[in-house]
Design a protein around this ligand. Structure first.
Ligand code: CA2
Length: 148
């Protein structure tokens, strides 16, 4: 069974505890359970990780890239949080790891502040899911499953 990495970046550990008007009331633990259930239905093992540290996110992407090259890994669902708008290093990691990566945002970043409109992830993403709330994680897993 191939695996999918669901990778959440900075502050997403706060999901469901603050700013419910923007991000909803679902916790990260709930999201991870939804992702695992979606993966199970589609025949994938879902590995969920969250880090507030850019380097840890980069290490996880590299690891997924090695798995993709070995045929054990199907891709990454990445909500890079605010690093989306700042991190050339994450852009380079996704490009270098050459693992299909779906960029995911819970909120519609294009309907928010201008500083959220630019993404360093989009040019190297296999696809982008934005603004569907936490359901976007399930949509992203389905999107990756269709690439097999
Ligand atoms: O909409 C998204 O998923 C974002 O990636 C979330 C990031 C934000 O910087 C991006 O522009 C869009 C912020 C994640 C912070 O999550 C929180 C959740 C609950 C309470 C506070 C922060």
């Amino acid at each position: 069974m191939k695996s999918i990495l669901v990778l959440n970046g900075p502050n997403l550990n706060l999901l469901g505890t603050r700013e419910p008007a923007v991000y909803g009331g679902t916790t990260l633990a709930d999201v991870e359970a939804m992702c695992k259930a979606a993966g199970e239905k589609l025949g994938f093992a879902v590995d969920c990780r969250q880090s507030n540290h850019e380097g840890a996110l980069i290490d996880a992407i590299h690891e997924a890239g090695r798995g993709f090259a070995a045929g054990t890994h199907a891709g990454v669902v990445l909500n890079a949080g605010a690093y989306t708008h700042t991190s050339v290093a994450l852009h380079d990691a996704i490009k270098g790891a050459a693992v299909p990566t779906i960029e995911l945002h819970i909120s519609n970043v294009h309907a928010r502040e201008a500083f959220r409109h630019h993404s360093w992830i989009s040019p190297v993403a296999a696809g982008i899911i934005v603004g569907f709330g936490v359901d976007g994680y399930v949509l992203a897993i389905e999107a990756l499953s269709r690439r097999k």
